[in-house]
Ligand binder design. Structure first.
Ligand code: OGA
Ligand code: NI
Length: 368
């Protein structure tokens, strides 16, 4: 049963004809201030699109994209497109279940991370977001059984296969992202593959499925509020519906348009730390629209949970002191759960020598 307390939390967004106050980020009187879903407020510059297989300069282009944007799109990435489609369909199936059914696989109330629920960053905001999510860490079996008692295998198989492909791609991307800094995977002991899928000594990832139903009042709603990812990198598939935006220093919010077959890659907080601040952990958000249901699947890639992550020694010298102290992924996730967008500055050890703002100082901007 849904308690009264949970009701406003778990509104069935698909059936709402009006935006409830609990989900209204802007009042009508505010007019169309940012966040605004109409594109004329947005800058006309594009996030780089890089052909991973055919472009001989891929490593250089990726390095440049990481430094200037912290996000880019990739084509020719080697992940079978029908697998991506199957993954999207599996997500659609899940979100189209009745709310009572989905709640059987709800995240555990005492801080559980796996399972169905509102955006996990919701607790930091006074208003609710126009989205629902499903987080998969480790095996999806337990939750899938609750959703489809008799036919959960297909869902689980697709998830496992998708995670395996994403893991391979993430390794390759790490190698390119580090490579353009003059660092090899061998320089970073834990980064070189070892152990089996799911082993705690191997870098791995979680899957985050997101659903953004069509919204009766998109200009006053927020799909997923601005945040940075607590990952090394994130690989995102979005269905053929716009909504994802990245924040670029000096430019503002930029829409990352869906390109059929392409995947979006963004730098997360831990790669920002590893790169000693050279790669910004990009602030991003998801907007909603009036007519189309938007889906996304994010692969959240991180190091083995208990390995110390600190600025790479190859990037440190007298002029470039380490800007961050060492943290493990587990410790950092705890810090993030407590301090949200102040987490990165809370592990920062010294101010930049040149007096310029850190690439992540824009995290302090207020949205809405
Ligand atoms: C995320 C995320 C964006 C999107 O899940 O961390 O940023 O477009 N998603 O759904
Ligand atoms: Ni994100």
């Amino acid at each position: 049963m849904i308690s009264d307390d949970q009701k406003h939390y778990y509104l069935d967004l698909n059936s709402m004809k009006e935006l409830p106050e609990s989900h209204a980020w802007l009042s009508q009187a505010d007019g169309c201030l940012p966040p605004c879903s109409s594109d004329h407020h947005l800058a006309i510059v594009d996030v780089p699109v890089i052909d991973l297989k055919e472009d001989p300069n891929a490593m250089k282009l990726i390095g440049h994209a990481c430094k200037t944007w912290g996000v880019f799109q990739i084509t020719n990435h080697g992940v079978p497109l029908d697998l991506v489609q199957e993954m999207e369909s599996a997500g659609r199936n899940l979100f189209s279940l009745p709310i009572q059914q989905k709640l059987k696989a709800a995240r555990a109330p005492d801080g559980g991370v796996s399972g169905y629920g509102v955006a996990r960053i919701s607790s930091f905001f006074p208003k609710l977001m126009w989205s629902e999510g499903f987080t998969i860490i480790g095996s999806p079996n337990e939750h899938a059984r609750k959703l489809w008692p008799n036919r959960y295998h297909n869902f689980c198989d697709v998830i496992e296969e998708y995670k395996e492909e994403m893991n391979k791609l993430a390794q390759e991307l790490m190698s390119l992202m580090l490579g353009s800094l003059g660092v090899t995977m061998e320089d970073v002991k834990w980064a070189a593959a070892g152990g089996s899928q799911g082993s705690t000594s191997r870098p791995g990832g979680a899957l985050q499925l997101n659903s953004y139903p069509a919204c009766p009042d998109p200009d006053r709603a927020m799909g997923l509020a601005a945040h940075t990812d607590s990952t090394l990198l994130t690989i995102l598939h979005q269905n053929n519906t716009s909504g994802l935006q990245a924040h670029k220093e000096g430019t503002g919010w930029v829409t990352i348009p869906p390109i059929p077959g392409a995947l979006v890659v963004n730098v997360g907080d831990l790669l920002h730390i590893l790169s000693n601040g050279l790669y910004p952990s990009v602030l991003h958000r998801a907007m909603v629209n009036r007519t189309q249901h938007r889906f996304s699947v994010a692969y959240l890639y991180g190091p083995p949970p208990n390995v110390q992550i600190s600025p790479l020694s190859k990037l440190i010298d007298q002029v470039h002191p380490p800007l961050y102290r060492a943290v493990t992924w587990s410790e950092y996730l705890g810090t993030k759960a407590k301090h949200f967008n102040k987490a990165l500055s809370s592990v920062r050890v010294c101010a930049p020598l040149n007096g310029f703002a850190d690439a992540n100082d824009h995290n302090r901007v207020q949205v809405g």
